[in-house]
Design a protein around this ligand. Structure first.
Ligand code: KG4
Ligand code: ZN
Length: 334
């Protein structure tokens, strides 16, 4: 009998549901929350309320699109950690209620593991062992993936995440939240070599982005003081130069990781992997260094339930089920 799993993602500000049938994602519905834009960042309390509002219609739409009835489901999966606790609780309670009512297993999924496994939704799929640079609004990690359910973080940020580096510098430039996609858009028309921002000297495979943010703040303040209107006139070049620096910080560590591990299967994942410059850089570095590279389709880069469903599929195969008494947690290691 076919294995049909419904997956729910509610860790931050996207309410999403997906259905996977025998390892094939059949639907991936995502409801974005626009309420946060006016506050310049995600307001946790508002996010939880919006999840409550969206979850039933999003789940219904995912089942409908996949052509799967509730009674046919083999298991229910949900994002258990990490994330905003109030948001996680909405998805967890919904998933538990459904698992209880249908008398089927529950599968708790680690959100960052799911970002990595987004690379297995479509062909070509990486083989193991692989390295994944996972770059999102909350995390920046180099993950060594030995198998679908055996992963180890071998490098991570010591301060801001790459997504935060984009969003916080965008705020300095006066761009609305989330600024990452806007920096990407301006950067496409700009000269990435025009302004030189510093590369932090961090040992090993770890990252740091807070110094870059400060350097950009001082740069903008000084230039604007000397020449009012500088920022607006040079927005494309500034964005291109910032993006270039963030990408080189990421790629230099990735090169180091491939050299240290000898692994040439290299993927990216997470919201920042939607960045056009990073996608291009991965392909170029791959050609130069002889890597096989993998990048998820856009809809599987930012938060989505398709990746939770993919992870749940692997967990179902391993009979890695979650007890109904399990509680979500805001922070959690793999
Ligand atoms: O994975 P994600 O959707 O949510 C988290 O789990 O954090 O990542 C969101 C992050 C935000 O910081 C957003 O600005 C960034 O991904 N992002 C981008 C782009 N699209 C999304 N950053 C740079 N360029 C983009 N095109
Ligand atoms: Zn995420």
């Amino acid at each position: 009998m076919a294995v049909k799993i419904l997956a729910i993602e509610s860790s931050c500000d996207e309410t999403s549901a997906a259905v996977i049938v025998d390892g094939q994602v059949k639907s991936n519905i995502i409801a974005n929350q626009t309420v946060h834009e006016q506050y310049g960042g995600v307001v946790p309390e508002l996010a939880s309320r919006a999840h409550q509002e969206h979850i039933v219609p999003v789940v219904d739409a995912a089942l409908k699109k996949a052509g799967v009835a509730k009674g046919e489901l083999s298991a229910i999966a949900f994002t258990q950690s990490p994330g905003l606790i109030g948001s996680l609780l909405v998805g967890a309670c919904f998933a538990k209620a459904m698992a209880l009512a249908l008398d089927i297993p529950l599968i708790g999924v680690h959100h960052m593991q799911a970002h990595v496994l987004a690379n297995f939704i479509e062909d070509p799929k990486p083989s193991f062992p692989m390295l994944c640079l996972t770059v999102s609004g909350g995390h920046t990690q180099i993950v060594q993936v030995n198998s679908a359910l055996d992963m180890k973080v071998i490098g991570e940020t010591l301060d801001d995440a790459a997504g935060e580096a984009f969003d916080k510098t965008a705020k300095i430039l006066g761009l609305p939240y989330p600024g990452g996609p806007l920096i990407d858009k301006y950067a496409q028309q700009g000269d990435p070599t025009r302004f030189k921002f510093p590369e932090p000297q961090i040992q090993g495979l770890d990252f740091s982005f807070s110094g870059l943010k400060t350097a950009i703040l001082y740069f903008v303040q000084q230039q604007e003081k000397a020449q009012p209107g500088f920022l607006q006139e040079n927005m494309a070049d500034i964005c291109a130069s910032i993006q270039h620096r963030i990408i080189t910080i990421l790629m230099n560590k990735l090169v180091k990781a491939t050299k240290e591990t000898g692994i040439k299967e290299v993927a990216i994942a997470g919201g920042v992997s939607a960045n056009s410059g990073l996608r291009k850089a991965l392909t170029e570095y791959g050609e130069k260094h002889g890597w096989n590279t993998y990048i998820p389709k856009f809809e599987y880069c930012t938060d989505n339930a398709g990746m939770i469903a993919m992870t749940a599929h692997f967990k179902y195969e391993a009979a890695a089920f979650t007890d109904l008494t399990a509680i979500p947690s805001a922070r959690a290691e793999f």
